[in-house]
Design a protein around this ligand. Structure first.
Ligand SMILES: Cc1cc2nc3c(=O)[nH]c(=O)nc-3n(C[C@H](O)[C@H](O)[C@H](O)COP(=O)(O)O)c2cc1C
Length: 332
């Protein structure tokens, strides 16, 4: 079992060397932002198990500007999460700039990322997220405003387009011209949401149109898919979202597979259970015991595809305390 560091209190600000995307080893392999999932406990677990970089879930620029306590709390991170990128969403350039300034001033993450890809109705209806792909001028204004407001790198995470998967070919140029330091592309359109398959070739075509680094995203779940996505996109690296849920070992497996050609393989059941215990301990530490209720959504992922765990998964979504959890895990 890996030895765990004591993850002490969250820091609001630490002095760090200035991060730049160029400092990261290629190919870049990072945890992609996921609302309600990529919080401090999961990012710490991912880092500890080998993720070279993590993106924190999106936070609302409008709420940050109102200094909403809950939203500010979501943007806090632990120093061991570094390099950590905080994503923001919104559509008003001034409020986006102010939100980025607040985040940099209070927490100093290594980078700010702008969400230009979220397809959820509640996000696009306010012209946030994926809607920005429909208005290049506004998207560019947001980038320029945020860049002027902060000294840390500013990246964009987007999709292939709203409806047409060729829109990205021009859109990346707009993002680069406005000053984006890196562009991460999920190889699907907004209309596809999560259906179909990610088009890594199209990401590769877009990649040829810009000089800034590009990360490929979508459907990377193994060493093989990682190799294929990199070969087809020629990207500088990748972001992994669903493939990391209940599977934070994916980062070391992919890195090892790419570097040495050897995949260390899936964890043993004992390793799996110990990581779940550690995840739960961190969850309680950072969110209090109520945090275990929020953790219930992670549990089924840890046993995805493992035969004979149906009853166990049903028990796990009922746990409310660390003792409950231990009781269920001890039955295995
Ligand atoms: C539960 C969930 C929450 C997500 N939240 C965000 C988010 O906050 N910001 C963002 O840019 N993308 C978000 N995404 C999209 C992922 O970062 C990623 O682009 C997408 O899932 C495709 O990658 P994958 O095939 O590796 O999952 C989310 C995806 C999921 C499944």
């Amino acid at each position: 079992m890996t030895e765990w560091k004591d993850f002490s209190a969250l820091v609001e600000m630490t002095d760090v060397d200035m991060f730049t995307w160029n400092k990261l080893k290629r190919p870049i392999v990072g945890l992609s932002p996921m609302a309600d999932f990529t919080d401090t406990p999961f990012c710490l677990i991912s880092k500890k198990l080998g993720a070279p970089l993590v993106y924190r879930e999106m936070v609302s620029a409008d709420a940050l500007v109102r200094l909403n306590e809950k939203t500010l709390g979501m943007a806090k991170f632990h120093k061991d999460e570094r390099p950590v990128i905080q994503q923001i969403f919104g559509s008003d350039p001034d409020r986006m700039a102010e939100a980025a300034r607040i985040i940099e001033g209070r927490f100093k993450p290594d980078g700010i990322d702008i969400n230009m890809g979220c397809p959820a109705h509640k996000i696009v209806k306010g012209f946030h997220g994926a809607s920005l792909m429909k208005n290049s001028d506004l998207a560019a204004n947001i980038i320029r405003s945020v860049k002027n407001a902060v000294s840390i790198p500013v990246s964009v995470k987007t999709r292939l387009g709203w409806k047409d998967d060729r829109d990205i070919l021009e859109f990346v140029k707009v993002l680069e011209d406005a000053g984006a330091d890196l562009i991460a592309i999920h190889g699907r359109t907004k209309e596809q949401a999560y259906s179909g398959v990610a088009n890594w070739d199209r990401v590769g075509e877009a990649r040829k149109n810009v000089k800034v680094p590009v990360l490929v995203n979508g459907d990377i779940v193994s060493v093989e898919t990682a190799k294929d996505a990199l070969a087809r996109s020629n990207a500088d690296g990748m972001l992994i979202a669903r493939g990391a849920l209940g599977n934070p070992w994916i980062f070391q497996r992919i890195l090892s597979g790419l570097e040495t050609g050897k995949d260390p393989g899936a964890p043993t059941m004992e390793e799996r259970l110990n990581v779940i215990r550690e995840h739960a301990r961190l969850q309680v530490k950072h969110h209090g015991e109520k945090g275990l209720v929020q953790l219930r959504k992670h549990f089924p992922w840890y046993f995805k595809g493992i035969k004979g765990t149906r009853a166990l998964r049903a028990d796990l979504v009922q746990v409310s305390t660390l003792e409950d959890l231990e009781e269920v895990l001890n039955k295995i």
